[in-house]
Write a protein that binds this ligand. Structure first.
Ligand code: M6R
Length: 367
């Protein structure tokens, strides 16, 4: 049942290229230049009238929503708010009938996300669900559903569901961009071509886990560590940090790199591991200066970046790991993979039950 893998989590990490292909299949037209989402009831008129988007979810699905926000804001230029469901439902959110509410849930059964969906409905909003389970409560209650075709996810730690949610967000953003005319057909075609290359790029990463495995064994001996990044990298390290806590039980914090000197820098001392995700060219120089700040305080830094920056980064970091290059907005679909492998191998090195971490359930159907 684990297809030759030692754990469901590792199997599911390796199923991601297939999950990407399956989630894209039938949603890109034959010319390869347009996204088609025949399942949507949301009309073009409604799409043109959307004044804001709210993305609501829990845990890892919320982290996918953070990437969704970047995608919608940059491709469609509609303001997006993101919220964890347990906060949203109790804060009297401002929702109008021209708000598009997107709920994200692998299981489609998370109690707080379902309650948030109902709260949004009570204000007359159109609710679109991104879920992995067709007949789930959330899928049934939502006005629209984009199903991620990741296949069943057994490990408590979510991996392929998260990355398939990213694919769903990219497809949706491109579709909205086309309807609202915010991206040219050439831009959309370029984006689609880059998306179609992701599964192979992912396969090439999965074929070489050794460097990450060795680093995971190193960090498994620590009790605290930090993740830093800016922009999309910050969103991805939040997921990396959650994954690591969840299954390795190592305490970690993900920080927006620019926030370090507003307090957290005080915690950086000799030998503390810092994982710096530095893939976003537009803010790379800024991230590098933050890397130098922690390096000067003796942190043991691992940078995850693109090949062309490895040599210069190695002046300030101890180790660097290169990931394949894609469009900046699509990079999370690749850069999260070293994070997943890191937590998997750290958990393994600590002798934990990787697929069933203590205190946690796969589906949180109680509040
Ligand atoms: O089924 P859902 O996507 O609604 O679940 C949400 C979270 O409970 C879930 O993503 C959780 O954070 C994962 N165990 C993280 O790996």
């Amino acid at each position: 049942e684990k297809g030759g893998f030692e754990h469901f989590m590792l199997k599911e990490i390796h199923e991601q290229p297939k999950a990407y292909r399956d989630t894209m299949r039938g949603r890109i037209d034959e010319s390869g230049k347009k996204v088609v989402l025949p399942e949507l009831k949301l009309t073009k008129e409604q799409i043109k009238g959307i004044s804001k988007v709210q993305i609501i979810a829990c845990g890892t699905a919320y982290h996918a929503g953070l990437i969704g926000r970047h995608a919608i804001e940059s491709l469609v230029r509609i303001p997006v708010e993101t919220d964890v469901a347990s906060e949203y439902r109790y804060r009297s959110p401002i929702v109008t009938p021209d708000t598009l509410v997107i709920v994200v849930s692998q299981s489609g059964e998370t109690a707080d996300t379902l309650a948030a969906l109902r709260e949004a409905h009570s204000h007359g909003a159109h609710v679109l669900a991104i879920t992995n389970v067709v007949g789930s409560s959330i899928a049934r209650d939502a006005d629209d559903v984009i199903v991620t075709l990741a296949g069943p996810e057994i490990a408590v730690a979510s991996t392929k569901a998260y990355t398939s949610q990213l694919i769903a967000f990219y497809l949706l953003s491109l579709y909205l961009a086309e309807v609202r005319g915010t991206q040219s057909p050439e831009e959309i075609a370029r984006f689609i071509a880059a998306m179609q290359a992701l599964p192979e790029q992912l396969e090439s990463m999965l074929a070489k886990p050794d460097a990450i495995k060795a680093y995971a064994e190193q960090i498994s001996k620590h009790e605290h560590l930090f993740f830093i990044g800016r922009g999309l990298d910050y969103a991805v390290v939040q997921e990396g940090s959650l994954k690591l806590k969840e299954i390795s039980y190592i305490h970690s914090e993900a920080y927006a790199a620019g926030e370090l000197k507003h307090g957290t820098l005080a915690l950086i001392e000799e030998g503390i591991p810092v994982i710096a995700l530095a893939t976003q060219e537009a803010v790379l120089e800024k991230t590098v200066s933050n890397i130098k700040e922690v390096s000067a305080r003796g942190a043991d830094i691992m940078a995850i970046t693109h090949e062309e920056h490895v040599a210069s980064l190695l002046k300030s970091v101890h180790q660097a790991f290169a990931i394949p290059k894609t469009l900046p907005l699509l990079t999370p679909a690749l850069s999260v993979v070293p994070m997943q492998l890191l937590s998997y191998y750290a958990s393994l090195a600590r002798g934990n039950d990787v697929d069933k971490p203590r205190n946690l359930a796969k589906s949180v159907t109680v509040e």
